[in-house]
Design a binder for this molecule. Structure first.
Ligand code: DC
Length: 224
């Protein structure tokens, strides 16, 4: 059967990765979390005290960054490896979440990530989620989804995820972080978060995981 590229863009914490994983599993496709790449780059910059407002420092630092998605035999998911270290746990931290949108505005950082993302799609059979996947990374993708959900639903979802790791995190902190990232992601100069004109809008505020998968699979079937 023909393999296609599926892109899922949208606001922070509106269930993009959940749907992308569900789709990849159902179709036997590869799932790529492009946000994990920006998070790992941010983690490297923070750990190594890189001043990312300085273009020279940023470009030199990028030369020392090797990113790989490695299959985890326990969770059966892909973990982000930064220079051969599994950083999946650290990149989900609020410390990284607070800086990642700023780092993702930098043109050289985006070129670095986008080049690698495009190579991952050469053989198709891929579901990639992010902010610019349908507009910049794979403008010719066969199926493009743009996800949204009401802000309070998104805050609750992200809060639950973060609370498990850090019970000190507050709802207000999570809400402020989501709103800040949405603002920066949609207002940056390079590849801002936008719905591609040919993307299908999916609001999952009132959808269960099964319902959203069902809708997406029907859309896939039409494209195959
Ligand atoms: O999907 P996420 O929340 O893990 O993404 C983290 C940040 O990375 C997000 O605030 C913006 C940035 N990002 C981006 O600019 N482009 C992408 N394709 C994916 C993520």
């Amino acid at each position: 059967m023909n393999k296609i590229i599926i892109t899922i863009d949208g606001w922070s914490s509106c269930g993009k990765s959940t749907l992308a994983k569900q789709l990849a599993k159902a179709l036997g496709y590869v799932y790529i979390d492009s946000g994990a790449m920006y998070r790992a780059i941010t983690l490297y910059f923070l750990r190594n005290h890189i001043d990312w407002t300085d273009e020279n420092q940023t470009q030199n630092a990028l030369k020392n960054i090797d990113l790989k998605f490695v299959h985890n035999t326990k969770s059966l998911q892909s973990d982000m490896h930064l220079n051969d270290e599994n950083v999946e746990y650290f990149i989900r931290d609020l410390v990284v979440a607070e800086k990642v949108s700023e780092v993702a505005t930098i043109a050289s950082v985006r070129t670095f990530a986008v080049d690698q993302q495009q190579k991952m799609g050469i053989e198709k059979g891929i579901v990639m989620d992010g902010r610019d996947i349908g507009t910049t990374v794979f403008p010719d993708a066969e199926l493009k989804l743009f996800m949204t959900a009401e802000i309070l639903v998104r805050v609750e979802r992200r809060f639950k995820e973060m609370y498990d790791k850090n019970p000190n995190v507050t709802i207000d902190e999570v809400k402020a972080n989501l709103e800040m990232r949405d603002y920066i992601d949609s207002n940056r100069e390079v590849s801002p978060l936008r719905k591609a004109v040919d993307a299908i809008l999916l609001d999952n505020t009132n959808l269960s995981m099964e319902e959203q998968l069902d809708i997406a699979l029907k859309l896939v079937a039409k494209k195959l």
